[in-house]
Design a protein around this ligand. Structure first.
Ligand code: SF4
Length: 323
Protein backbone atom coordinates (compact mmCIF):
# COMPACT_ATOMS: atom_id res chain seq x y z
CA UNK A 1 0.00 0.00 0.00
CA UNK A 2 1.40 3.44 -0.95
CA UNK A 3 1.88 5.94 1.87
CA UNK A 4 -0.93 8.39 0.89
CA UNK A 5 -3.43 5.53 0.90
CA UNK A 6 -2.14 4.19 4.20
CA UNK A 7 -2.19 7.67 5.74
CA UNK A 8 -5.75 8.27 4.50
CA UNK A 9 -6.79 5.06 6.24
CA UNK A 10 -4.94 6.03 9.41
CA UNK A 11 -6.55 9.50 9.41
CA UNK A 12 -9.98 7.96 8.86
CA UNK A 13 -9.37 5.78 11.92
CA UNK A 14 -7.77 8.58 13.94
CA UNK A 15 -6.58 6.54 16.93
CA UNK A 16 -4.06 3.91 18.00
CA UNK A 17 -3.19 1.81 21.02
CA UNK A 18 0.30 2.44 22.32
CA UNK A 19 2.14 -0.59 23.71
CA UNK A 20 5.72 -1.67 24.36
CA UNK A 21 8.38 0.42 26.08
CA UNK A 22 7.51 3.64 27.90
CA UNK A 23 6.98 6.43 25.37
CA UNK A 24 6.47 9.48 27.58
CA UNK A 25 8.75 11.80 25.63
CA UNK A 26 6.88 10.92 22.44
CA UNK A 27 3.41 11.73 23.75
CA UNK A 28 1.72 15.07 23.27
CA UNK A 29 -1.20 16.33 25.36
CA UNK A 30 -2.57 19.28 23.50
CA UNK A 31 -5.01 22.08 24.06
CA UNK A 32 -5.31 22.69 20.30
CA UNK A 33 -5.76 20.70 17.12
CA UNK A 34 -7.72 17.48 16.68
CA UNK A 35 -7.82 15.42 19.87
CA UNK A 36 -7.32 18.49 22.05
CA UNK A 37 -7.94 17.70 25.69
CA UNK A 38 -7.98 13.91 25.20
CA UNK A 39 -5.50 11.28 26.40
CA UNK A 40 -2.72 12.57 24.20
CA UNK A 41 -1.35 11.57 20.83
CA UNK A 42 1.78 10.33 19.10
CA UNK A 43 3.51 11.16 15.83
CA UNK A 44 4.56 8.16 13.76
CA UNK A 45 6.82 8.60 10.74
CA UNK A 46 8.14 6.08 8.23
CA UNK A 47 10.33 8.05 5.85
CA UNK A 48 7.50 8.89 3.44
CA UNK A 49 5.52 11.07 5.80
CA UNK A 50 4.24 11.60 9.32
CA UNK A 51 0.88 10.97 10.94
CA UNK A 52 -0.56 12.02 14.27
CA UNK A 53 -2.83 9.51 16.00
CA UNK A 54 -4.74 10.00 19.23
CA UNK A 55 -4.00 7.37 21.86
CA UNK A 56 -6.99 5.19 22.63
CA UNK A 57 -6.46 1.82 24.26
CA UNK A 58 -9.61 0.52 22.49
CA UNK A 59 -8.33 1.36 19.00
CA UNK A 60 -8.04 -1.45 16.42
CA UNK A 61 -4.61 -0.08 15.46
CA UNK A 62 -1.47 -0.59 17.53
CA UNK A 63 1.92 1.07 17.72
CA UNK A 64 4.51 -1.01 19.54
CA UNK A 65 7.32 1.11 20.93
CA UNK A 66 10.55 -0.89 20.75
CA UNK A 67 12.62 1.76 22.56
CA UNK A 68 14.53 4.95 21.61
CA UNK A 69 11.63 5.95 19.32
CA UNK A 70 11.83 2.88 17.06
CA UNK A 71 8.32 1.52 16.56
CA UNK A 72 6.12 -0.83 14.57
CA UNK A 73 2.67 0.26 13.47
CA UNK A 74 0.33 -2.71 13.19
CA UNK A 75 -2.63 -1.98 10.96
CA UNK A 76 -4.73 -4.03 8.54
CA UNK A 77 -2.38 -7.07 8.80
CA UNK A 78 0.60 -4.86 7.95
CA UNK A 79 3.67 -4.28 10.12
CA UNK A 80 5.08 -0.88 9.24
CA UNK A 81 8.46 -0.04 10.71
CA UNK A 82 9.13 3.57 11.58
CA UNK A 83 9.70 5.97 14.44
CA UNK A 84 7.82 7.81 17.12
CA UNK A 85 8.99 11.39 16.88
CA UNK A 86 9.97 13.47 19.91
CA UNK A 87 7.67 16.42 20.46
CA UNK A 88 8.90 19.96 21.05
CA UNK A 89 5.64 21.69 22.03
CA UNK A 90 2.44 20.08 20.63
CA UNK A 91 4.22 18.66 17.56
CA UNK A 92 7.71 17.69 16.37
CA UNK A 93 10.28 20.43 15.67
CA UNK A 94 7.94 23.33 16.49
CA UNK A 95 7.20 25.36 19.60
CA UNK A 96 3.46 25.41 18.91
CA UNK A 97 1.60 27.28 21.64
CA UNK A 98 -2.07 28.00 22.32
CA UNK A 99 -1.93 31.50 23.76
CA UNK A 100 -5.50 31.56 25.08
CA UNK A 101 -6.93 28.11 25.73
CA UNK A 102 -10.55 29.22 26.02
CA UNK A 103 -13.01 31.09 23.83
CA UNK A 104 -16.10 33.27 23.96
CA UNK A 105 -17.28 31.74 20.65
CA UNK A 106 -18.83 28.30 20.33
CA UNK A 107 -17.82 26.77 17.00
CA UNK A 108 -19.51 23.41 17.02
CA UNK A 109 -16.44 21.31 16.05
CA UNK A 110 -14.04 22.93 18.51
CA UNK A 111 -13.11 21.74 21.99
CA UNK A 112 -11.15 24.81 23.08
CA UNK A 113 -14.16 26.49 24.82
CA UNK A 114 -14.88 23.33 26.82
CA UNK A 115 -11.22 22.91 27.86
CA UNK A 116 -11.18 26.52 29.06
CA UNK A 117 -7.48 26.48 29.96
CA UNK A 118 -7.20 30.26 30.29
CA UNK A 119 -4.57 32.61 28.91
CA UNK A 120 -0.83 32.10 29.29
CA UNK A 121 1.21 35.06 30.51
CA UNK A 122 3.96 36.57 28.36
CA UNK A 123 6.53 35.21 30.80
CA UNK A 124 5.07 31.69 30.66
CA UNK A 125 5.14 31.67 26.86
CA UNK A 126 8.70 32.96 26.69
CA UNK A 127 9.83 30.29 29.17
CA UNK A 128 8.05 27.56 27.19
CA UNK A 129 9.84 28.51 23.97
CA UNK A 130 13.17 28.85 25.78
CA UNK A 131 12.86 25.27 27.03
CA UNK A 132 12.43 23.77 23.56
CA UNK A 133 14.36 26.19 21.34
CA UNK A 134 17.09 23.62 20.65
CA UNK A 135 14.51 21.15 19.32
CA UNK A 136 12.52 23.70 17.32
CA UNK A 137 12.84 25.04 13.79
CA UNK A 138 9.92 27.43 14.18
CA UNK A 139 7.38 28.93 16.55
CA UNK A 140 3.63 28.71 15.96
CA UNK A 141 0.94 30.57 17.84
CA UNK A 142 -2.77 29.95 17.89
CA UNK A 143 -5.43 31.25 20.22
CA UNK A 144 -9.05 31.20 21.26
CA UNK A 145 -10.75 34.53 21.95
CA UNK A 146 -10.75 35.62 25.59
CA UNK A 147 -12.59 38.97 25.33
CA UNK A 148 -12.80 40.10 21.71
CA UNK A 149 -11.14 39.44 18.36
CA UNK A 150 -9.30 42.80 18.51
CA UNK A 151 -8.10 42.35 22.09
CA UNK A 152 -6.85 38.83 21.29
CA UNK A 153 -4.84 40.09 18.34
CA UNK A 154 -3.29 42.85 20.48
CA UNK A 155 -2.22 40.28 23.06
CA UNK A 156 -0.81 37.91 20.43
CA UNK A 157 1.20 40.81 18.98
CA UNK A 158 2.66 41.42 22.46
CA UNK A 159 3.57 37.73 22.59
CA UNK A 160 5.28 37.97 19.19
CA UNK A 161 7.30 40.94 20.46
CA UNK A 162 8.64 38.76 23.28
CA UNK A 163 9.50 35.84 20.97
CA UNK A 164 11.41 37.65 18.21
CA UNK A 165 14.62 37.28 20.23
CA UNK A 166 14.65 33.53 19.49
CA UNK A 167 15.25 34.34 15.79
CA UNK A 168 12.94 31.50 14.67
CA UNK A 169 10.25 31.96 12.00
CA UNK A 170 6.87 32.62 13.60
CA UNK A 171 3.55 31.40 12.21
CA UNK A 172 0.26 32.73 13.57
CA UNK A 173 -3.28 31.39 13.32
CA UNK A 174 -5.92 33.55 14.98
CA UNK A 175 -9.37 34.74 14.01
CA UNK A 176 -8.70 37.87 11.90
CA UNK A 177 -10.35 41.27 11.94
CA UNK A 178 -9.89 44.15 9.52
CA UNK A 179 -6.18 44.92 9.06
CA UNK A 180 -4.95 41.83 10.97
CA UNK A 181 -2.71 40.65 8.12
CA UNK A 182 -0.91 44.02 7.93
CA UNK A 183 -0.42 44.21 11.69
CA UNK A 184 0.92 40.66 12.00
CA UNK A 185 3.25 41.28 9.08
CA UNK A 186 4.53 44.49 10.66
CA UNK A 187 5.05 42.60 13.94
CA UNK A 188 7.53 40.24 12.24
CA UNK A 189 5.35 37.18 11.55
CA UNK A 190 6.57 34.91 8.72
CA UNK A 191 3.39 32.98 7.89
CA UNK A 192 -0.33 33.11 8.70
CA UNK A 193 -3.19 30.64 8.75
CA UNK A 194 -6.70 32.06 8.74
CA UNK A 195 -9.18 29.21 8.67
CA UNK A 196 -12.25 29.24 6.44
CA UNK A 197 -13.18 25.98 8.25
CA UNK A 198 -16.32 25.29 6.21
CA UNK A 199 -16.67 24.92 2.44
CA UNK A 200 -19.63 27.31 2.18
CA UNK A 201 -20.75 30.45 3.98
CA UNK A 202 -24.04 28.78 4.90
CA UNK A 203 -22.25 25.91 6.63
CA UNK A 204 -19.79 28.29 8.33
CA UNK A 205 -22.66 30.37 9.74
CA UNK A 206 -24.24 27.22 11.14
CA UNK A 207 -20.99 25.90 12.61
CA UNK A 208 -19.49 29.17 13.88
CA UNK A 209 -22.30 31.38 15.20
CA UNK A 210 -21.32 35.03 15.57
CA UNK A 211 -18.21 34.85 13.35
CA UNK A 212 -17.83 36.29 9.87
CA UNK A 213 -16.85 34.08 6.91
CA UNK A 214 -16.15 37.20 4.86
CA UNK A 215 -13.55 38.44 7.41
CA UNK A 216 -11.54 35.25 6.95
CA UNK A 217 -11.55 35.48 3.15
CA UNK A 218 -10.70 39.20 3.27
CA UNK A 219 -7.76 38.52 5.60
CA UNK A 220 -6.50 35.75 3.31
CA UNK A 221 -6.69 38.06 0.31
CA UNK A 222 -4.77 40.76 2.21
CA UNK A 223 -2.14 38.24 3.34
CA UNK A 224 -0.81 36.83 0.08
CA UNK A 225 0.93 40.03 -1.15
CA UNK A 226 2.41 40.56 2.32
CA UNK A 227 3.63 37.08 3.32
CA UNK A 228 4.00 35.66 -0.18
CA UNK A 229 2.55 32.66 -2.00
CA UNK A 230 3.25 29.39 -0.16
CA UNK A 231 3.19 31.20 3.19
CA UNK A 232 -0.54 31.75 3.68
CA UNK A 233 -2.76 28.82 4.70
CA UNK A 234 -6.35 28.04 5.56
CA UNK A 235 -7.92 25.01 7.23
CA UNK A 236 -10.95 23.53 5.50
CA UNK A 237 -12.62 20.86 7.62
CA UNK A 238 -13.78 17.80 5.68
CA UNK A 239 -16.86 16.17 7.15
CA UNK A 240 -19.08 19.06 8.28
CA UNK A 241 -21.79 18.12 5.76
CA UNK A 242 -20.31 19.69 2.62
CA UNK A 243 -20.46 17.86 -0.72
CA UNK A 244 -17.27 16.97 -2.61
CA UNK A 245 -18.27 19.58 -5.18
CA UNK A 246 -18.50 22.28 -2.48
CA UNK A 247 -15.16 21.23 -0.97
CA UNK A 248 -13.52 21.31 -4.41
CA UNK A 249 -14.96 24.73 -5.17
CA UNK A 250 -13.58 26.08 -1.87
CA UNK A 251 -10.14 24.47 -2.50
CA UNK A 252 -10.11 25.99 -6.00
CA UNK A 253 -11.01 29.46 -4.70
CA UNK A 254 -8.31 29.35 -2.02
CA UNK A 255 -5.65 28.22 -4.51
CA UNK A 256 -6.69 30.95 -6.92
CA UNK A 257 -6.01 33.52 -4.21
CA UNK A 258 -2.53 32.01 -3.65
CA UNK A 259 -3.55 30.36 -0.37
CA UNK A 260 -2.61 26.75 0.45
CA UNK A 261 -5.66 24.88 1.78
CA UNK A 262 -5.18 22.48 4.71
CA UNK A 263 -7.74 19.68 4.32
CA UNK A 264 -8.49 18.72 7.91
CA UNK A 265 -10.52 15.54 8.50
CA UNK A 266 -13.26 16.22 11.03
CA UNK A 267 -12.59 14.89 14.51
CA UNK A 268 -16.17 14.34 15.69
CA UNK A 269 -16.20 15.78 19.18
CA UNK A 270 -18.19 18.16 21.32
CA UNK A 271 -21.47 19.12 19.71
CA UNK A 272 -20.54 17.11 16.59
CA UNK A 273 -19.94 13.81 18.37
CA UNK A 274 -22.77 12.28 16.30
CA UNK A 275 -20.90 13.05 13.04
CA UNK A 276 -18.52 10.59 11.33
CA UNK A 277 -14.90 10.97 10.41
CA UNK A 278 -14.54 11.21 6.60
CA UNK A 279 -13.72 7.90 4.92
CA UNK A 280 -10.27 7.09 3.54
CA UNK A 281 -11.75 6.94 0.04
CA UNK A 282 -13.12 10.46 0.34
CA UNK A 283 -9.85 11.81 1.75
CA UNK A 284 -7.92 10.24 -1.13
CA UNK A 285 -10.34 11.61 -3.71
CA UNK A 286 -9.98 15.12 -2.32
CA UNK A 287 -6.20 14.68 -1.96
CA UNK A 288 -6.01 14.04 -5.72
CA UNK A 289 -8.08 17.17 -6.43
CA UNK A 290 -6.03 19.20 -3.92
CA UNK A 291 -2.76 18.07 -5.55
CA UNK A 292 -3.94 19.19 -8.97
CA UNK A 293 -5.38 22.49 -7.78
CA UNK A 294 -2.11 23.42 -6.03
CA UNK A 295 -0.07 22.46 -9.05
CA UNK A 296 -2.33 24.45 -11.41
CA UNK A 297 -1.91 27.49 -9.15
CA UNK A 298 1.88 27.00 -8.88
CA UNK A 299 1.71 26.51 -5.10
CA UNK A 300 4.18 24.28 -3.27
CA UNK A 301 3.45 23.08 0.30
CA UNK A 302 7.11 22.02 0.66
CA UNK A 303 8.03 25.71 0.96
CA UNK A 304 5.97 26.26 4.11
CA UNK A 305 8.09 26.63 7.25
CA UNK A 306 5.60 26.74 10.15
CA UNK A 307 2.30 25.33 11.47
CA UNK A 308 0.23 22.49 9.97
CA UNK A 309 1.54 22.38 6.39
CA UNK A 310 5.05 22.03 7.77
CA UNK A 311 3.97 19.48 10.41
CA UNK A 312 1.56 17.38 8.27
CA UNK A 313 0.54 15.23 11.28
CA UNK A 314 -3.24 15.65 10.92
CA UNK A 315 -3.71 15.96 7.16
CA UNK A 316 -2.68 14.60 3.78
CA UNK A 317 -0.38 17.24 2.32
CA UNK A 318 0.41 17.18 -1.42
CA UNK A 319 4.15 17.21 -2.07
CA UNK A 320 4.99 16.23 1.51
CA UNK A 321 3.08 12.93 1.73
CA UNK A 322 4.80 10.93 -0.97
CA UNK A 323 3.93 7.62 -2.61
S1 SF4 B 1 -1.00 19.24 11.68
FE1 SF4 B 1 -1.35 21.13 12.83
S2 SF4 B 1 -2.91 20.63 14.39
FE2 SF4 B 1 -2.05 18.70 13.59
S3 SF4 B 1 -0.40 18.19 15.04
FE3 SF4 B 1 0.52 19.28 13.33
S4 SF4 B 1 0.57 21.41 13.96
FE4 SF4 B 1 -0.89 20.35 15.30
Amino acid sequence: MEWPELKARLLAEGTTRLTGKSALRYRSSSTAGPGAGTGGSVFFSCGKGRVRLAIDQNSPLEIVHLGSGRAILKAWHLDIRGNLEPIALHCPRQAYITVTGGCIYRCKYCEVPAIDAGRKTLEEIEAMVEQVQDQSDSIALTSGVLQSIDEEEEYVIQVIGRLLRFALPIGVSIFPGKGTAERLHAAGVAEVKFNVEAATEQLFTKMCPGLSYRSVWDALEDSVPLFGRNHVFSNLIIGLGETDREAECCIGNLCELGVIPVLRPLNPAGELSGFSRPSAERLLRLFAFHTEALSAAGLDPCRAITMCIECTGCDLVPGRDRA
